[in-house]
Design a protein around this ligand. Structure first.
Ligand code: DX5
Ligand code: ZN
Length: 220
């Protein structure tokens, strides 16, 4: 199945005091979705954006918002982020013991639902949840920080997951990759089966507009 590759800038790498300029640059360059990293200081050490931020962001752009919940208790957060304007919400399998219910809750708000797996979390978690998922987010770094190096074992994990999804009636479930994606490895991730590419430092270091266009070109 041919899937259009989506380029998804991660606002964690944006200039926080001039975020609106970066959002406009993403729009102009034709990025597809904006990635919002929610960190609670518990599941991962940093604390980042909350629902009030998502609500403000929603007010200034029509781009879909992809909210990646790096929080210990996602069930407590889903509703707030959905009401704030999230379009996609993903939760880590490592901290969501009732995944079917959590994914159903996300969808009940009209959002796309995703399961996130850390680099060593067994793919079986995604297999079991595929029927309720719109996308599976495979981390290609350990979550918590931008600017880390891509972990190469992502590539075989991604190939395995893509094959399993296609062989088991889940061709519609897309694979998102997050962490260390740059212009020089984006193509490899796509060839391994990813169709949603999150990139922070890979796009925001240097000229954002030029980098987005270049990344679109290498994956086209
Ligand atoms: C890491 C976050 C990522 C981060 C990616 O925990 O989930 O979305 O912003 O940043 P880069 O692309 O710089 O690795
Ligand atoms: Zn993320």
């Amino acid at each position: 199945m041919l899937r259009k590759v989506k380029i998804v800038p991660s606002l964690l790498a944006s200039n926080l005091l001039r975020m609106e300029d970066d959002v406009r640059a993403c729009e102009r360059a034709g990025a597809d979705v904006l990635h919002v990293d929610v960190m609670d200081g518990h599941f991962v050490p940093p604390i980042t954006f909350g629902p009030a931020f998502v609500q403000k962001l929603k007010g200034i752009t029509a781009m879909p918002l992809d909210v990646h919940l790096m929080v210990t208790n996602p069930d407590h957060q889903v509703e707030q982020f959905a009401e704030a304007g999230a379009d996609w919400i993903s939760v880590h399998a490592e901290v969501a013991p009732h995944l079917h219910r959590t994914l159903a809750r996300i969808k009940s708000h009209g959002c796309k639902a995703g399961v996130v797996l850390n680099p060593v979390t067994p793919l079986e978690h995604a297999f079991e949840a595929a029927g309720e998922s719109d996308f599976i987010l495979l981390m290609s770094v350990n979550p918590g920080y931008g600017g880390q190096s891509f972990i190469p074992s992502f590539l075989t994990r991604c190939e395995r997951l893509r094959s399993w999804l296609d062989a088991n009636g889940h061709s519609n479930v897309q694979i998102e990759v997050d962490g260390g994606i740059k212009i020089d490895n984006a193509r490899q991730a796509v060839d391994a089966g990813a169709s949603i590419l999150v990139s922070g430092s890979g796009l925001f270091v240097g000229d954002l507009g030029v980098n987005i266009e270049e990344m679109k070109r290498v994956v086209a």
